[in-house]
Design a protein around this ligand. Sequence first.
Ligand code: GLY
Length: 361
Amino acid sequence: MKRTIPVRLREGKDRSYEVLISPGALAQLPSLIASRWKGRSVFVVTDSHVNRLYGRTVTRGLVAAGFDPVLIDVPPGEESKSIDVYYAVLTALLENRIRRGSVVIALGGGVVGDLAGFASASVLRGVEFVQVPTSLLAQVDSSVGGKVGIDHHLGKNLIGAFHQPSLVVIDPLVLKTLPPREFRNGLAEIIKIAAALDRKFFSLLARNAAKLRPGQTAFLTRVIATAVGLKAAVVEKDEREAGLRKVLNLGHTLGHAIETASGFSLRHGETVAIGMVLEARMAATMGLLSIDHLMKIKQALEAVGLPTRIPGKLDMRRVHTSLALDKKGKDGMPLFVLPKAIGASAIDVPVPDALIRSVLA
Ligand code: GLY
């Protein structure tokens, strides 16, 4: 069942790395680290929730493999992608004498990966880091591709860097401890990748919605590997998001605005699902996408229990404010990634303000 996906980044010095996807991979992590970084100092950044579940297994394994790991534990949740928690992580790394040759292991979901990745990008002007994503969302999206960062009160991910990991280790077995809502959160990004890039993958997911469950290890391993492979191919061609990589932001322009306006009470994947359907509706109104494909996208999301409408209680003025601040925008006017068909998307599409207001209404 083991899969290895290479991410080939050859611009400048070779920064290529591998994504290892294998049930039971967490148990192999210490020996994987030892085979590449023996004798180096190792830091594990995690959150208190993941620490309770896997922290001891990982640190004990690292000790048995000859390391003296330093564990840095942050509070769980999006609030940890803040300047204060980032500063606290830097302080812990520096107080424990991090060196240029040290390695930081990000053990956790997207918040931990983004935060630990950004700390790794910036401390001592950059140290190597290993992504060990424990949520489905982080496994299929944020752990691969090198986008790391923290939030500003004006918006998500507004402070950050491109800093590629040296290795990504994905264990689908850890998904068994993931709450169902968190699992669905990751399914939204998988459906997004399929809707944006690969019609066949999309129909595999649509036909097998009932198998998209944590216990279906073999099927999930295949799905995660396919999603990672599709994302890796995009990152290889456009690491810095000059063009093509923007397709991965399908559903995210409206999604981010809705997520920020909800005060993060809606999960990232939920708002990406809502954003994807609203953006597909815009595309259909503009004559870019057929109604049939719009309905298929909506049905695929609903089949796995994801929301596809903005909840009634959301303050729409906050959605419009967040949209105006979106970093992907130009002169305050956001440009959209819109689906042209299932498996094909258009980037940088200017959408008339009246249309944005009508789909948000
Ligand atoms: N999450 C979108 C990207 O990595 O480009």
